[in-house]
Design a binder for this molecule. Structure first.
Ligand SMILES: [Zn+2]
Ligand SMILES: [Zn+2]
Ligand SMILES: [Zn+2]
Length: 251
């Protein structure tokens, strides 16, 4: 299984419009330090499955390889806005799976075009996509949101955005499931003390410590966290790193 971080930013992205902090200035100068909306591309047996669809160049990227399916964590714009254009494309319908959310985003459900929205996923009920199994895991966020326990039979990755902490049932599932790798929301620096919808760095690290995967990547990163990491290196435990756009991992 191959995982590519196609975007690792929060909803403001890096650079954030109008901001002159060091991280945003660096992002304007160096493409490698930009952060697009948080999303991933999973390839199992040459079959591409997208996790979230917030990149605005999504349709263009799908020209290279047509996704077999799209898994949505939730219907906030930074996770689905690429679908608003992709839907008016041509060819076979693309199945889209996600949480039960009658509101969805804008008129996506009313005018789905080539997107074949499947009934809302049931938490903890595994979905088979070829050799890939995706088990939906409820998360704590301001809209109905699902993380995914992803396995190709050999490796296990848990994708956990957007969330603040973890619901007890999800944490219990993951303790038993024992992921090899964790991809987790770490939007805010610790100066953001009482986050409501996203983890700050310490909260993400506490979850990683409790679940003890061999590797973990922090994602959904804000320009504030990047700016803090530029002032002084973040104290990250071994095996934990900040994800970056374009980073590719083979499992
Ligand atoms: Zn988000
Ligand atoms: Zn900034
Ligand atoms: Zn969100």
């Amino acid at each position: 299984m191959r995982l590519r971080f196609a975007g690792t930013g929060d909803s403001a992205q890096v650079p954030c419009f109008g901001c002159d902090c060091p991280a945003c200035q660096r992002g304007r100068l160096l493409r490698s330090h930009r952060r697009e909306p948080c999303c991933g591309e999973l390839v199992v047996d040459d079959c591409l499955v997208l996790i979230d669809a917030g990149r605005t160049d999504l349709a263009e990227r799908c020209e290279r390889q047509r996704p077999a399916a799209i898994l949505l964590t939730h219907y906030h714009a930074d996770h689905v806005q690429g679908l608003l254009h992709l839907r008016w494309g041509c060819g076979e319908p693309i199945p889209v799976y996600g949480p039960k959310d009658p509101q969805g985003c804008a008129d996506l459900h009313k005018n789905p075009g080539i997107l074949d929205f499947q009934p809302g996923l049931k938490p903890f009920r595994p979905l088979a996509l070829g050799r890939l199994t995706a088990t939906p895991l409820p998360l704590n966020h301001s809209k109905p949101t699902l993380g995914y326990a992803l396995s190709d039979g050999a490796s296990r990755i848990a994708w956990l955005t957007d969330t603040v902490g973890l619901p007890g049932a999800t944490e219990r599932f993951l303790c038993e499931w024992r992921p090899d790798a964790l991809v987790i929301d770490a939007t805010h620096p610790d100066s953001h003390r009482i986050p409501r919808n996203h983890n700050n760095l310490s909260m993400a690290l506490e979850i990683i410590e409790r679940l003890s995967p061999s590797r973990a990547w922090l994602t959904h990163i804000s320009h504030e966290l990047d700016a803090e990491a530029m002032r002084a290196p973040l104290a990250l435990p071994e095996g934990v790193e900040l994800a970056a756009d374009g980073l590719e991992i083979l499992f």
